[in-house]
Ligand binder design. Sequence first.
Ligand code: ADP
Ligand code: MG
Length: 398
Amino acid sequence: MNKKTIEDIQVKGKRVLVRVDFNVPQDGSGNITDDRRIKAAIPTIQYLVNHSAKTILVSHLGRPKGKEGDKEKFTMRPVAARLSDLMDKTVTLAPDSVGPQVESLVGEMNDGDILLLENVRFHPEEEKNIPEFAKQLASLADLYVNDAFGTAHRAHASTEGVTKFIPGVAGYLMQKEIDYLGGALSSPKRPFVAILGGAKVKDKIGVIESLISKTDKLIIGGGMAYTFLKAQGKEIGKSLLDADSLDFCKGVLAKAGDKILLPVDVIVTDDNPFDKGPDNVQSREVSVDEIPADWQGVDIGPKTAKAFAAAVKGAGTVVWNGPMGIFEFDKFAVGTCAMAEALAESGAITIIGGGDSAAAVEKLGFAEKMTHISTGGGASLEFLEGRELPGVVALQDK
Ligand code: ADP
Ligand code: MG
């Protein structure tokens, strides 16, 4: 997958529409509580400014439903202010994302100026990808840049529709995602090890199917390991069971069992830590052959962590999706932490995909040690499934 980037096109004096992901978390008063997504888009914006483009930014923020007060609640105003601070440059906020007022603001732009359009999801046509709306959006610019990987798995007007009217290329963030995720899947440095965990097998069937043929080793931990253990005929007590996926797991084990590494020991609790609170449940370490009937698995055990870490050591590429346990509670984040540490020390190309996995690695303090943490939760999973993302397909090939 080789897509043109902003460096492959002439942007000087051109109006460039850039789809960014400025969907930042805010507190009740609209203050931005985490501006990493804004910061992450700056290299692309800075490049365009430095190369005398007229930069027109477009993003969604939250899920406005057209209710009373939504315009105020989901306005991009705080984002414009923060971007302006971060870039030390005026960022004008347009009153809308399309229409005559916006068109005249664009007409007044000088080379190097930045205009941020108002929340594109104020128009339901955005998510419905209505061609007329995409055309209006595209008419603001000469060129299109997509730097929002997190929405690339959705064919919306601002992620896909616009490319029917103006040529589209990848921004730096998008390029990095394509390079790392795409590179890992198409030409991984071997041995290629994947680690899968998280909650449901069902959510990851596509990922397992895609990775099983590409990897040299597939490590399965987290909640989804129990359905595999059950498929091997083990007693899993009250651990997470995805009964609908039992046959699938049996099939995978029959086909590729020698590639798969499952837990040998786990941490079990006598009750659900989400219901009772992590401090009000008893926990202990057991072999996977001795899970008590009314206990549930919440983390991988120390022997498993060691075995998984050994499999990661010496890997050329490691792709990780899905925490090894209920990492939301420090007590049961031990296995996830051990894996993060193993990846950090492996010397391999390490790629983290999935929303909770990225959050876990950040929370545990290993973010800096990873080669690439995908910014797109759902998008990275679809990518790992080997699916073509509409927002990526729509960009021009090199
Ligand atoms: P991602 O968002 O990275 O794709 P998932 O959403 O699939 O990851 O999985 C994350 C969730 O899996 C977390 O909420 C975590 O608590 C849960 N989980 C991990 N291990 C277990 C387990 N043993 N039992 C129940 N839930 C688990
Ligand atoms: Mg998740």
